[in-house]
Design a protein around this ligand. Sequence first.
Ligand SMILES: Nc1ncnc2c1ncn2[C@@H]1O[C@H](COP(=O)(O)OP(=O)(O)O)[C@@H](O)[C@H]1O
Ligand SMILES: Cc1ncsc1CCOP(=O)(O)O
Length: 395
Amino acid sequence: MSFVCPTGRRSVLICHLGFSPPLLCCHSRRPFHSFCAAPINKVSHRFLGSRSSAFCYSCGDPASDCVCGVSVGVSVKPLVAPARHDLGDRAARVRASRKPADTSGRNMPDASSSDGYRNQNILHAIRSCRRKPLIQLYSFASPSSSLICASLNAVGASPLMSACAEEIPSALAVSSCVVFSTAQITPLTSDLILKAASLLSSSSLRGTDGSTSSERRTIPFVLDPVGAGLSALRLETCRKLVQLQPAIIKGNAAEIAALCNTRTEQQRGIDGDGSDAYTTAQRARDVGLANENCVVVVTGEVDYVVDHENISCVRGGHAMMSSVSGTGCMLAALLAAAIVASSNLPTPLSTHKTAEVLCTAVSACAQEVMNDEPTLGPEGFRAKLIDKMYHVSFI
Ligand SMILES: Nc1ncnc2c1ncn2[C@@H]1O[C@H](COP(=O)(O)OP(=O)(O)O)[C@@H](O)[C@H]1O
Ligand SMILES: Cc1ncsc1CCOP(=O)(O)O
């Protein structure tokens, strides 16, 4: 059964109304038997009676374990929770449409088993930054550029795609975080990227106030090794960037496998090739690609986030994401914005945690879009995904 918020802001759903007292609408504060987009941990404590418990509508987990960060509503159940299949029709459909657990990584911690930040809405945190995070992006392919710019703008960050060698110092001086991609690599862009990355890691970068980077905060960078296994130029450029210590490397399993030297055959295009993402994440840790200073995100049907000790997985999302060129690049750009937002939080998140909550939030948005409109095709999905991220909000 679904309801529309009286303020008209969001359509939400409550599966079961056997609770007391009535819930309050998060936007209008009027008694109303549903919630509107709100962090589930906040609403559950404030509005639920002692005889009720809340389950996230989006992921189906108990409120306290929910990691979606973009919950669109909760289903309210009596305290003694009935079997999961008894949840309301739509929630059951959501669960049925979830991606199957990948068996090889089955027993590993996933995002929902983490600490008190599990409900952190990182997209909201990006929007809440006092100054818009400015993300400088190098060498992204034109098919991805519009999606990257739209998604960064949607969450309240600013994209900058300066591609001029002479402009590197001034572009970097105003950047909050940088993303290097090999999407549209040429010998010229490779030089450009490496020049910019070297400047980032040197102490000679001057801030707009004349200070050097060593006197102010360091500017982190994210590496998106697009098609790393496709050509020697891509692989060599990525290898050199890895030496310069990216904060996050984000790639599909084929790309990360190429960086780990586990693939000898040529990658076919830029898409994932069905390599096992979990094994690849383990390998990234074993060979030191993922280390104390560098988190590796291996994307695919299940995303894996790995550093020198932890591997966690993020389930969710929708297969439609792999039908849209640029969703991987978009994720890299949003990860960069999330790094900035996280460092501005009163208690900054670790880079591992930042990557985990960002992947979770993007996956949840994608899943919600397709749950709302299962008949969407790739073009509609693309637009709705941006709109969904734009409307993510806290009460
Ligand atoms: N089958 C799938 N189901 C759910 N999400 C997916 C699927 N395939 C890819 N994604 C998501 O799409 C985004 C891009 O991942 P991927 O397609 O692996 O990257 P790339 O576009 O770089 O090859 C990630 O957020 C990932 O979680
Ligand atoms: C079409 C294309 N060609 C080189 S890079 C690129 C887009 C990459 O998109 P994705 O983010 O899905 O890897």
